[in-house]
Ligand binder design. Structure first.
Ligand SMILES: [Fe+2]
Length: 398
């Protein structure tokens, strides 16, 4: 990391004023961690984001581009983050471009207007087909400055001399479209993706170092157990967060009866908001650990299509997903992939891309049993009600 960005600068002010717009944990206070992924070329800034202590890292990537820097998937610009970016600017030139390469990922969209105002000279690029829910509002109403906002492909592409932009989709998902545009930055041999792929490892992210409460909260087996910190508890909690984030309702997770929940709540030592007053509506059955280990890489992060995305976004779009990988596998010199969630960077050469493609091609793309049963039932429900189309590919293309 650049010597001009000190750890101190990132440990002070974590306020995110606009958190009520998208009220996710950790709400109005966002710690940021950073790392320089490729010297003088690629940086990663990460914050936590989640619901009910199920928090996973969300990442903004900064790339060196001619005459400055480009942000991809902007994060809430807390004072700490802005200080760090300004220090990077001093060394590498102004933040000239901010990119939102996803049409649907609200968690990536929400901070773009605020970040745009911090860097008023920057040009904004957005993936085509932006939409919002429950009200589909125009970008200007969401705070995007219209004079300097461009739509990718329709208005050109940012820094296309050094970046290749590869679209996955659009795919009709009923309420709107899924589309994300991967960026291959040839100088650093890095492929930056948003939600399509993630890599998960066993060690909890460093973002939990300051406050491991979410890990310790979920490491328990009952609400009356205190939150006890240890390396083992943190790892156990992390595995459960991975299962939650992946399957929403993993198979081995049962909801205890109201009586059981109440019996274990409000015990001494747990009567705090931080401990959610001992209210713990979860009960893990045997086998949960094995399920978690299937998602988590041994020594390296395990690259995969996140189950929730696979089952709710891509169930009828396997062909498009494989096509996207085919385009990616031909990128010259590709070495790593940097997704917007969980771990990064992850080794990803042509060989890994082909292996992933084969794994996907020969696997059950529409699993419905075990851990998949909840996601399957959501998809089936949406299909039965006509909310999502039977054939989502691809009504938007001419
Ligand atoms: Fe995302």
């Amino acid at each position: 990391m650049s010597s001009s960005i000190s750890n101190k600068a990132l440990s002070k002010n974590t306020n995110w004023f606009w958190w009520p717009l998208f009220p996710l944990y950790p709400y109005g206070s966002r710690d940021t961690t950073y790392s320089e992924l490729v010297p003088n070329l690629v940086w990663s800034f990460e914050q936590l984001q989640g619901l009910y202590y199920v928090a996973v890292p969300i990442r903004m990537v900064v790339l060196k581009v001619p005459k400055g820097l480009m942000l991809i998937n902007p994060l809430p610009p807390t004072r700490d983050l802005v200080l760090a970016l300004k220090a990077l600017q001093e060394e590498h030139g102004p933040i000239c471009t901010i990119v939102l390469p996803t049409a649907s990922g609200l968690e990536h969209k929400i901070a773009m207007p605020a970040m745009a105002r911090v860097f008023p000279e920057s040009t904004l690029w957005v993936c085509p087909g932006q939409w919002s829910f429950p009200l589909n509002l125009p970008l200007a109403w969401l705070g995007f400055p219209s004079k300097r906002t461009r739509t990718m492909f329709a208005d050109g592409l940012p820094h296309k001399g050094i970046c290749k932009w590869i679209s996955l989709g659009p795919i009709d998902i009923g309420l709107g479209r899924f589309q994300e545009i991967a960026c291959y930055h040839s100088e650093s041999h890095s492929l930056i993706v948003t939600d399509a792929l993630v890599g998960i490892e066993g060690e909890p992210p460093k973002l939990f170092d300051n406050d491991p409460t979410p890990l310790l909260f979920h490491a328990r087996d009952k609400g009356d157990q205190p939150l006890k910190d240890s390396i083992e508890a943190r790892r156990k909690g992390w595995k459960r967060l991975v299962l939650f984030a992946s399957y929403l309702k993993p198979d081995q997770l049962k909801i205890p009866s109201i009586n059981d929940i109440a019996k274990n709540s409000f015990k001494p030592g747990l009567r705090t908001l931080k401990a959610h007053f001992g209210i713990f509506p979860f009960q893990w059955e045997k086998g949960w650990d094995l399920s978690a280990r299937e998602m988590i890489g041994n020594k390296e992060p395990l690259l995969q299509v996140a189950p929730v995305i696979k089952r709710l976004v891509f169930p009828r779009a396997k062909v498009e997903f494989l096509r996207w990988l085919d385009e990616i596998k031909n990128l010259k010199g590709m070495k790593t992939i940097i997704p917007a969630h969980f771990s990064a960077p992850i080794k990803f050469t042509k060989r890994e891309c082909i292996n992933l493609r084969n794994r996907i091609n020969f696997s059950d793309w529409l699993p419905s049993k075990g851990n998949w049963s909840f996601l399957y039932s959501v998809d089936k429900n949406l299909l039965d009600k006509g909310v999502v189309p039977q054939k989502p590919l691809d009504p938007f293309k001419d």
